[in-house]
Design a binder for this molecule. Structure first.
Ligand code: ATP
Ligand code: MG
Length: 576
């Protein structure tokens, strides 16, 4: 069974017409271009963790397969032993599953096909369509020509089949050092498509592979492995990002030259990759952030990695909905981070229970509340979800409130606390501030002395008196403590790649991307929060108990998103 993304989850989700991918798949079904059900694949290179751009590709590939009754493979394109690791292979599987998808059969590996790929290489040599070239990488580059000038043929282009076979065999046996020889396709050094100017198919690399160990010292290039791997797996629709459009003639040439039988040629369809503001997405740059310790690891909640988003508290449903809303296009664009955040808020608004937490505490004393008396107030867990029920929240004489909810000198339209002002305590009573104690050195308030209206329990009074402001609170006698991590965007500008000369993308790192708060006061029911559990802190935002550092009784919360954002921005982006 394949778990597809849920359609139409949000009331405000805009409707969407058929995508060009859906149209292509439907046309192929109608013309019976492929005999069986459709088969897609998600083919990451295990050289880093997956990010939200990959999530778009995952949702597309698994989503299309589910929609048309087909299947989707997960294949590690592991042709480059020097950058790939088993850790990444594990992380990729975890992330795909967490997003809600299950691949067909076992995880596949391009390295599983090294033997048939090599046999195909031999076949190309036999057919006179590939040759062993002794040029170095730099020389190959110099011979390639430019977009406006044709390339120069390699002096080794016309070796005999027998010599090529002999050399290829010895390359495999390990007789030659790294970089001394390559196997190249013999196509057309004058082709306007640079990828057809005798591309390299195999290079010598005496490197240990995370799966095949030392069995090989000759590795296929991505271009040689990719199309053939699709073909071996019977992929019908090979969906990839736009940069592979120019590689397509090469994939076609290879499959044609090899007379690939069985399932025929996959249809390759390209789409625009996802770019997102305020972040970088290339694994190369993400790797730098991790190795240079500019973030805490691949799962740092500020990263756009799936592991980071998960740790931050983003539900998988929100990512799937985001992918649905951005849709697919043939033209690259950059999506506002605000759109992702809107999807997260919508999902959490429906599903996250409300709790009260005070991040920067200020003590409030209700002087006319009898010493030792405590009330249990019944407060609803989620107004959006009646099934979420309610909980009892202890209330007493001394409370913690947010320091920001009090002003010694209130501006106009200040509806929160100030000397003489009255506010509603969420789910509790009206209180009026009678006097303020301050720190004699700093002038900062230390205690607010208040009175309450006993008739206002539950939030209104018989006299119908209007109180505009409602603030949250935690009973001081019952409060538990928590550490809270507030995140801002990792980069301070929408386009981190836009840097002054001589600077790189780290130039725009946001120095305020993480603010850690300790000694936050939380209502008692939050203290046992399970790692990974998601909550709305009333009036503050959505938070998630950190999956690594949080423990029941000693919770650590990550802020997932704030409660609001500029909706105007978002509406401009939607409808793609
Ligand atoms: P990066 O450029 O981030 O290193 P990549 O393309 O090298 O990514 P792969 O592991 O080769 O990463 O990608 C696996 C699949 O995910 C490919 O089919 C690729 O086209 C797709 N993909 C990668 N980045 C994005 C993106 N930003 N948006 C959509 N799809 C993407
Ligand atoms: Mg790649």
């Amino acid at each position: 069974m394949m778990a597809g993304p849920t359609e139409g989850t949000g009331g405000s989700a805009p409707p969407r017409g058929k995508s060009f991918l859906e149209e292509i798949v439907e046309a192929d079904r109608e013309s019976a271009r492929f005999p069986g059900p459709i088969r897609t694949r998600f083919p990451p290179e295990p050289n880093g963790y997956l990010h939200i751009g990959h999530a778009k590709s995952i949702c597309l590939n698994f989503g299309l397969a589910a929609q048309y009754g087909g299947t989707c493979n997960l294949r590690m394109d592991d042709t480059n032993p020097t950058t790939e690791e088993a850790e990444y292979v594990e992380a990729i599987q975890r992330d795909v599953r967490w997003l809600g998808f299950q691949w067909d059969g076992p995880v596949r590996y391009a390295s599983d096909y090294f033997e048939p790929l090599y046999a195909w290489a031999v076949e190309l040599v036999r057919a006179g369509k590939a040759y062993v070239c002794d040029l170095t990488a730099d020389q190959v580059e110099a011979h390639r020509g430019t977009l406006t000038t044709p390339g120069k043929p390699s002096p080794w282009r016309d070796r005999s089949v027998a010599e090529n076979l002999d050399l290829l065999g010895r390359m495999r046996k390990g007789e030659f050092p790294d970089g001394s020889r390559t196997l190249r396709a013999k196509i057309d050094m004058a082709s306007p498509n640079m990828h057809l100017r005798d591309p390299v198919l195999y290079r010598i690399l005496h490197a240990r592979h995370h799966r095949t160990g030392d069995a090989w010292c000759l590795y296929p290039t991505y271009d040689f492995a990719h199309g053939q791997s699709d073909s071996i797996e019977g992929i019908t629709h090979s969906i990839c990002t736009l940069e592979f459009e120019v590689h397509r003639p090469l994939y076609d040439w290879l499959l044609d030259s090899l007379g690939v039988p069985l399932h025929g040629h996959p249809r390759q369809v390209e789409f625009a990759r996802l770019n997102l503001t305020h972040t970088v997405m290339s694994k190369r740059l993400l790797l730098r952030l991790v190795t240079e310790k500019l973030v805490s690891g691949w799962d740092d909640p500020r990263l756009p990695t799936i592991a980071g988003l998960r740790r931050r508290g983003v539900p998988p449903e929100a990512i799937r909905e985001f992918a649905r809303r951005i849709g697919v296009a043939k033209v690259e664009s950059t999506v506002e981070l605000a759109l992702l955040e809107a999807c997260i808020r919508e999902e959490l608004n429906r599903t996250a229970e409300r709790r009260m937490a005070v991040l920067r505490p200020l003590r409030l004393v209700i002087e006319d509340w009898p010493e030792g008396r405590e009330d249990l107030l019944e407060i609803g867990n989620n107004p959006e979800d009646p099934a979420a029920g309610s909980r009892k929240v202890p209330f007493g004489r001394e409370l913690w409130i947010e320091r920001d909810d009090f002003r010694a000198e209130a501006p106009k339209k200040w509806f929160r606390l100030a000397p003489g002002a009255e506010v509603r305590l969420r789910g509790g009573y009206y209180v009026r501030c009678r006097s303020v104690e301050t720190d004699s050195r700093t002038g900062e308030p230390t205690r607010l002395l208040c009175t309450h209206d006993p008739a206002s329990r539950g939030g209104s009074t018989p006299d119908g008196r209007k109180v505009k402001g409602t603030i949250h609170w935690v009973s001081a006698a019952h409060a538990a403590e928590a550490e809270v991590r507030l995140y801002e965007t990792l980069f301070a500008v929408p386009d981190p790649g836009d840097v002054p000369p001589g600077k790189d993308f780290t130039h725009h790192l946001n120095p305020r991307s993480l603010e850690g708060l300790r000694g936050c006061k939380i209502e008692p029911s939050l203290a046992p929060a399970a790692p990974g559990s998601r909550w709305q802190f009333e009036r503050i935002g959505y938070f998630c108990a950190d999956e690594k550092d949080s423990r029941p009784g000693a919770p650590v919360f990550n802020r997932t998103v704030t409660l609001r954002d500029t909706w105007a921005k978002i509406e401009r982006q939607e409808g793609g």
